[in-house]
Ligand binder design. Structure first.
Ligand code: SER
Length: 320
């Protein structure tokens, strides 16, 4: 069958992978989407709803074996150590981020597979214009996470231009979701705040009032991944990576939005120097017009609709 997709997801247990896996199984057929992880075990939901295997992405042979065995032609490389956690162990951040990527690029080249690897708002730094951050601009991040993301963008474009590997990527904002918690990120607070609110606990915010950051609800993030990978390559002027945005807010704004539904909810500030410094170096909001023009990016959720959905889903999940 022409255009049959056989997909490998590396990092299927993570925040994005745990939702991208069922999303892709729904689109391409459960048997055509192979879930893998090595850091965290797969949930029974993921391992029972389709094929799965164990892959250490820092070992190229593991990836090549799975690609050969399952006849893979599309790889989603979601292996990463998030920004704040990577600052505590930069070597690990580099080894996971770049080790996995270079292995995926080599395997994609050998087996003629397309490759998606997320980049991030973390690929920008303090010298980048913070308001309406352009698609093509200064990228001098000061975190090891950002260094791996910029390197990843450059390497992915290199493999496309030099070897014709079909690499594509987006610069994700903070992703907000209600299935799997992120871990060790600077934007994690925007997920944790909803759990605290539903549990009626005081939330201690690590970032200062006024710290604007781009954020995105998971359903839009999943659509972005698929729409970009399905986009007509002739229309893509850029590849690695596209700015994608849907909402930008600071702690006060999300707090006020949650309080509309839970008026007794209390947020206090508890300064986190590492996260604050990182957040201050990232964009306030990005210009994503290239993604909109080149492949039709058009997010559906804003802060208000996301908040209604998050509160409802977490309430059900926690049986409250
Ligand atoms: N959510 C990530 C982090 O905060 C950014 O891509 O590290």
């Amino acid at each position: 069958m022409i255009n049959r997709k056989k997909v490998l997801i590396i990092g299927a247990s993570g925040q994005i992978g745990s939702e991208l896996t069922p999303f892709l199984r729904n689109i391409y057929g459960a048997d055509n989407v192979i879930a893998s992880d090595c850091i965290f075990p797969l949930t029974s939901g993921l391992s029972e709803s389709g094929p799965s295997c164990k892959i250490d992405a820092t070992n190229a042979q593991d990836i090549a074996d799975a690609v050969k065995k399952y006849d893979i032609n599309m790889i989603f490389n979601l292996a990463a150590i998030l920004s704040a956690k990577a600052e505590a162990n930069p070597r690990l951040g580099w080894n996971v981020g770049i080790g996995a990527l270079i292995n995926c690029l080599e395997v994609a080249k050998e087996f003629n597979a397309s490759l998606f690897t997320p980049s991030s708002i973390g690929a920008f730094g303090p010298e980048t214009p913070h308001d309406g951050t352009p698609q093509d601009t200064i990228q001098r991040p000061k975190t090891i996470y950002g260094v791996t993301k910029v390197t990843g963008e450059l390497l992915s474009d290199y493999y496309f231009k030099r070897f014709g590997v079909d690499t594509r990527s987006v610069r994700f904002p903070g992703i907000i979701s209600n299935v799997t918690l992120p871990g060790g990120g600077t934007t994690d607070y925007a997920v944790e705040i909803y759990y605290a609110a539903v549990k009626n606990e005081t939330f201690y915010c690590p970032l200062k009032a006024g710290t604007l950051l781009d954020m995105m609800y998971m359903p839009d993030a999943l659509n972005a991944v698929v729409e970009l990978m399905e986009a007509n390559p002739d229309k893509l002027i850029h590849r690695n990576s596209f700015n994608v945005a849907s909402m930008s807010f600071d702690p006060e704004k999300i707090y006020a939005e949650i309080k509309k539904y839970l008026p007794n909810f209390v947020m206090e500030y508890k300064h986190d120097e590492v996260r604050q410094t990182i957040a201050d170096s990232w964009p306030n909001y990005m210009d994503d017009s290239c993604a909109r023009n080149e492949w039709g990016w058009n997010p559906q959720f804003n802060l208000s609709s996301m908040t209604i959905d998050m509160l409802e889903k977490i309430k059900i999940k926690l049986e409250l």
